[in-house]
Design a protein around this ligand. Sequence first.
Ligand SMILES: NC(=O)c1ccc[n+]([C@@H]2O[C@H](COP(=O)([O-])OP(=O)(O)OC[C@H]3O[C@@H](n4cnc5c(N)ncnc54)[C@H](OP(=O)(O)O)[C@@H]3O)[C@@H](O)[C@H]2O)c1
Length: 350
Amino acid sequence: MALLDDSKLLISPGSLVVVTGANGFIATHILDQLLQRGYRVRGTVRSVSKNQWVKDYFEKHYGPGKIELVEVPDMTVDGVYDDIVKGASGFVHVAAPLMSSPDPHTTIPLIVDSTLRVLEAAAKEPGMKRVVLTSSSGSCVVPTPNKVFTIDSNMWNEDAVKAAYGPPSDNIFQQLGTVYAASKTKGEQAAWQWMREHKPPFALNTIIPNANLGPPFDKAHQGSRSTLNWIGITLEKGETVSPHDLPGFIPQHYVDVRDCAALHVAALIYPDVNGERLFAFAAPFAWNDFLRVFKKTFPDRKFSEEISDQSKDLSKVTNERAEELVKRLTGHGWKSLQDAVGDAAKAMDA
Ligand SMILES: NC(=O)c1ccc[n+]([C@@H]2O[C@H](COP(=O)([O-])OP(=O)(O)OC[C@H]3O[C@@H](n4cnc5c(N)ncnc54)[C@H](OP(=O)(O)O)[C@@H]3O)[C@@H](O)[C@H]2O)c1
């Protein structure tokens, strides 16, 4: 791990950072990287008793007094973070449901309102220096295989917003994806609009990740969360697995969850990252690439045959700035798909 030069940081090690959804796949990696670098963390969870393992795990690795968990059963309530933010220098808002409801009238307000509660609370803490919001590739675009196009920071997924409020799709998976993308679009837009209207003393950066792949900290608690279920299903089905078994698996870009977490930390602590949308997209991948990692990682096991007519993600994304920040913080560029999926598969198989 590259050492941090305190004099060049906006937020120094030892400072307190609030992270929402602290038990989630990406958030636990953010916690790990903050704690590794000497920051203190106040994590919010919907239930402290159910998520005690998070505190236990990180206390075991980094010692007592570095992490606390606070219960936030409803992240949309007015003033919900007002006490939680006290004494904090940074706020990373990660929590969001992933494709869990087909109803735009509940999902979109949940994401918008919870994002505004974070910014409102941050503005009440005089020591607040930076807010980082986990957005999604869905705020710009939905993966569209075999089409050549560019993804940049001026892009917004207005199509998903229109479709979400239109007649619901008969395909439940498509409906969930559309509503999720619309919620992340409206949530991120609301954050930037709030910043323009209120001009607080802190800056906002947003992280726009595509598919996160990588190891969980705790297989029992995290193994079926988020994209980790792709790994679990592939291990379980082995010889018979097909891309149709993996919910949401289509050619798109991957990012190693550890790089995604590093990008969140860089966006939080580097003074020159000020008001940016940062793309956590490493490289495109498709089914055969994913499958090859399993075959290489477990050479003695059988996995299904490659498919001959697979489609590809041909989009080009402006991810150079994000990779520069990951490199600055970690000393390396984007981790490979082999690292991301291979480490995830080994952890899920243990
Ligand atoms: N994984 C990806 O590939 C990916 C890609 C792009 C963007 N993202 C974004 O990254 C963030 C984290 O995702 P993840 O992959 O780490 O998923 P995850 O493991 O499912 O974590 C989601 C977190 O959000 C919390 N949450 C869900 N619904 C909530 C609600 N209604 N109220 C309060 N908290 C709620 C969860 O708490 P509970 O345990 O209580 O449900 C959990 O802490 C999300 O903002 C997601 O949109 C993820």
